[in-house]
Design a protein around this ligand. Structure first.
Ligand SMILES: [Zn+2]
Length: 306
């Protein structure tokens, strides 16, 4: 049996898990600390090193550290290549080198969305399938293409940025990347709210957050319902475009938007059917099964198969 420390570094919190890997993988203990991202990348990295030391001292069986991190990661070196403003100063952090120098243990780092997809593909809903397109639809939209248990990283670590596919439904919406009309700008949890607010009649109040928009849709508000239906339809069409290109055995959708109810799921399936080519039209679309453990388990999978 192998015991690893798995870390999931996000803009709000740093999750950790002790993972026992044998025939199956089990998270035997888990916890988290706040990221305090505003204190800067060097401070965040120092506290990650301190956290790792503490956990290794209390769990001497740990033989390696598997890390899923926000930001574009060079999976060969564990360096953070770039990061958004949510984590100022995180870009350039040599996380893999820092952690291994601090703990004297082997370390592997990959991007958190890649880790999430790898976890679902190898240990979650995608386990029976040889190739998986994983799409996470939460505050943003990310994804990963995994074939034979390996993530397609692309030549710059960017592959899988599903949110930055263009769709014609919202050509004027500004994306987090600065471009116009990408699906993240109106299909993500934050995007759909911004989209609703941009379309609402002036006598209607602004909606504050995805939950409020969901409640409005559930109460029968036609514009709120249309936003859910049309954004999901666009996401379905964009998903079909990707499936037409890559022909995965299965699509796995996860993230908070998957809990949006029938209007959303019907829209997604209709959009997919409208745009999927005949040979791939029956590709199953499943919901992720690992929840918050997906990045931890994906990081462990990456560590062990390196
Ligand atoms: Zn974009």
């Amino acid at each position: 049996m192998t015991t690893l420390l798995a870390l999931d570094i996000g803009g709000t919190k740093i999750g950790w898990g002790i993972v026992e890997a044998e025939a199956s993988f089990t998270v035997t203990e888990r916890g988290s600390i706040p990221t305090l991202a505003a204190q800067g990348g060097a401070d965040v990295a120092a506290r990650i090193c301190a956290l790792a030391s503490e956990l290794i001292e209390s769990h001497p069986a740990i033989t390696g550290i598997a890390v899923a991190s926000a930001g574009v990661v060079d999976p060969a070196t564990g360096t953070i290549v770039s990061a958004t403003d949510i984590m100022p100063g995180w870009a350039g952090t040599k996380l893999g080198d820092l952690l291994s120098a601090h703990t004297q243990l082997p370390v592997r780092v990959l991007n958190d969305v890649h880790a999430h997809g790898l976890g679902e593909a190898t240990l979650g809903a995608g386990r029976p399938y040889r190739s998986v397109l994983s799409i996470a639809v939460g505050t943003g939209i990310g994804g990963a293409f995994v074939e034979d248990g390996r993530v397609a990283f692309g030549s710059r670590g960017i592959a899988g940025h599903v949110g930055h596919v263009h769709h014609h439904f919202a050509p004027d919406m500004v994306c987090s990347c600065g471009r116009l009309g990408h699906i993240e700008s109106f299909c993500s949890g934050s995007g759909i709210t911004t989209w609703y607010n941009s379309l609402r009649p002036q006598d209607k109040p602004e909606v504050d957050g995805g939950r409020a928009l969901q409640e409005l849709a559930d109460s029968g508000d036609p514009l709120a319902q249309a936003c859910f239906a049309r954004s999901a339809y666009a996401l379905g069409e964009a998903t079909a475009s990707l499936v037409n290109c890559m022909d995965p055995a299965v699509v796995i959708i996860s993230g908070s938007m998957t809990r949006s109810g029938d209007i959303w799921w019907d829209g997604l399936n209709e959009g997919f059917s409208a745009s999927a080519m005949t040979p791939v039209a029956a590709t199953p679309i499943l919901v992720g099964s690992l929840g918050g453990d997906a990045p931890l388990l994906g990081a462990v999978s990456f560590f062990l198969n390196a």
